[in-house]
Design a protein. Structure first.
Length: 179
């Protein structure tokens, strides 16, 4: 009987170790994750929307665009982004060195009170996953959320509309107000 219990325990142990080893082998290492991140963003365009807290309640959303050149990790550990930033009446080209932290396999730009020439001082947490990005941002007197799509190099990038994009729920909110 002891032999049977020992054999069952051994089989249970082996069955839990094998899937864990397979998962570990399938997961890319940090160097590979960083290489994929640089390749995905180099030459890409981030096209999306952003909110300004307490100002977008059913109102149109503002659009933004980040056109990227070379994105690479620097020896300092920071990441260099050759960037053209467009939103509202702003259109600025900057080489930016930013910290990127990792939540497992997910890169997160993490800045706190960083001055961006021609734009202002901001804090932000922006994560990248698949073909999307999302995050929060704040300036001296305001903040909000931002999100959008990563358009790879070579794919057609939609034009920024001169007018803000309607929030998806604005029609529903207007209908509720009329009732």
């Amino acid at each position: 009987m002891t032999r049977l219990i020992t054999m069952a325990a051994l089989m249970l142990l082996v069955s839990t170790i094998a899937p864990a080893q397979e998962a570990a082998e399938a997961a890319p290492n940090q160097e590979e994750l960083e290489k994929q991140f640089a390749e995905k963003l180099t030459g890409a365009t981030l096209v999306g929307q952003f909110t300004v807290s307490d100002m977008n309640d059913g109102k149109p959303l503002a659009q933004d665009r980040y056109t990227l050149g070379v994105v690479k990790k620097l020896p300092s550990g920071f990441w260099q982004f050759e960037t053209r930033i467009q939103y509202g009446d702003k259109d600025v080209k900057l080489p930016i060195a930013l910290p990127v932290k990792w939540a497992g396999d997910t890169p997160v730009i993490t800045v706190t009170n960083v001055a961006f020439p021609g734009l202002g001082t901001y804090s932000a947490r922006v994560l990248f996953y698949g073909d999307s990005y999302a995050g929060t941002w704040s300036g001296k007197t305001h903040g909000g959320e931002m999100w959008g799509k990563i358009v790879p190099k070579g794919q057609e990038v939609p034009d920024l509309k001169p007018e803000p994009v309607e929030a998806k729920d604005s029609a529903a909110k207007d209908a509720e107000k009329k009732e």
